[in-house]
Design a protein around this ligand. Structure first.
Ligand SMILES: [Zn+2]
Length: 89
């Protein structure tokens, strides 16, 4: 049986394959789709990113009050969405 993870934004639970694994490195929220990075992890539905950002779910998940750098994650997600659009054409 696959482990069940809950999304930091909507708290919905899902199969870990449906959730993106994130790790915190030097205050950067880093996507870790292949689960190779160590450190404190969090799980997010790719389409819950805006919710997580607005609710400061990242700060809560990583237990920090610092402003986190989300650029890497934003780039990753926009590439992800672009590739989905391409496949649909
Ligand atoms: Zn979610």
């Amino acid at each position: 049986m696959d482990p069940v993870r809950s999304c930091i934004a909507c708290r919905g639970q899902g199969n870990w394959r449906d959730l993106l694994h994130l790790v915190l490195r030097d205050n950067r929220v880093t996507p870790d789709p292949s689960h190779r990075l160590g450190g404190r992890g969090a799980w997010l539905h790719p389409n819950c990113f805006e919710v997580a950002k607005n609710r400061r779910s990242f700060q809560r998940a990583f237990k920090t009050g610092e402003n986190l750098d989300l650029h890497e994650l934003e780039n990753y997600l926009s590439n992800l969405l672009n590739s989905v659009h391409k496949e649909q054409k």
